[in-house]
Design a protein around this ligand. Structure first.
Ligand code: ATP
Length: 256
């Protein structure tokens, strides 16, 4: 099995807060990989370190055989990233943003134009291509960010919560593009809280909680005997059977 990503002893602290507590992880190439975990588990911090956006306190990360922190240019040429809280150039139109991203990646202008037209079309953004990005909706922003991340045909694509704030129609479109992309041998790594989505899309998952990897491997193995990934996840992160409402005896019932 070739690995797209190899993480060794990765740590990150923010003051007293340990965000990532020494994780080891090997993500296989050519798979649709889900990184799941509750709020604050350390998913964004991990993805930021893996993609060269945040320097780890300790540990190493290799992406497609290159060390992210020793060889950042090699790695960045081979990956695409849709980060959390994506910041875009708001005063460019969608098409201009793609033209700019393509040129930054060193693609010839004619090739950028061709790929941009196809991506805008497939992602249902052709009608909004001349609109400024500042006027895009949340879902449209995710889609133009995804187009920019795919334009240079990366070997590995990292997506932080790609479906958050995206309507079902756009989600289906994004899903179709990602499925086509992995079918060609590329790797997708994405973080999500939505277990049904991870279960239906991914063939490989890593479950994170409190800065550690609790389980990782093929979806079927991680799900084990549980009826769904959601159940397996709740058991793994220790939230199974907790009655979240038991202390809120004042809530509801009309009494003030
Ligand atoms: P969510 O699903 O809610 O986005 P997450 O799994 O992506 O959560 P992270 O954003 O990686 O989690 O955060 C992990 C922990 O690190 C949290 O306790 C968070 O408060 C803390 N943290 C993350 N970034 C910073 C920062 N820049 N400064 C201080 N603490 C941080």
């Amino acid at each position: 099995m070739t690995s797209a990503v190899v993480v060794r002893g990765l740590w990150k602290r923010f003051g007293q807060q340990i965000a990532v507590a020494g994780i080891d992880l090997e993500l296989p190439a050519g798979k649709f990989i889900g990184l799941v975990g509750p709020n604050g588990a350390g998913k964004t911090t991990t993805l930021s370190m893996v993609t060269g956006l945040l320097r780890p306190d300790q540990g190493s990360v290799e992406v497609v055989g290159h060390d992210v922190w020793r060889d950042p240019v090699e790695v960045k040429a081979r990956i695409g990233v849709l980060p959390e809280g994506l910041r875009l150039f708001e005063r460019l139109s969608g098409r201009e943003l793609l033209a700019y991203s393509g040129r930054l990646r060193g693609l010839p202008g004619a090739e950028v134009d061709k790929r941009a037209t196809q991506l805008l079309d497939v992602l249902d953004l052709a009608g909004a291509q001349h609109k400024l990005v500042v006027d895009y909706s949340t879902g449209m922003r995710k889609k133009i960010g995804l187009a920019a991340a795919l334009l240079h045909n990366p070997e590995v694509l990292f997506l932080d919560e790609p479906f958050e704030g995206v309507d079902p129609v756009s989600a289906q479109t994004i899903r179709g593009v990602l499925e086509r992309y992995t079918a060609s041998g590329a790797t997708v790594v994405f973080s999500s809280h939505v277990m049904e989505l991870v279960e239906s899309l991914c063939d490989w998952v890593a479950v994170m909680a409190a800065g550690r990897i609790r389980a990782h491997g093929p979806l079927i193995e991680v799900r084990g005997a549980a009826p769904s990934l959601q159940q397996a996840f709740l058991e793994l992160v220790g939230a199974h059977g907790r009655d979240a409402g038991s202390d809120l005896d004042w809530l509801g019932g009309g009494a003030r």
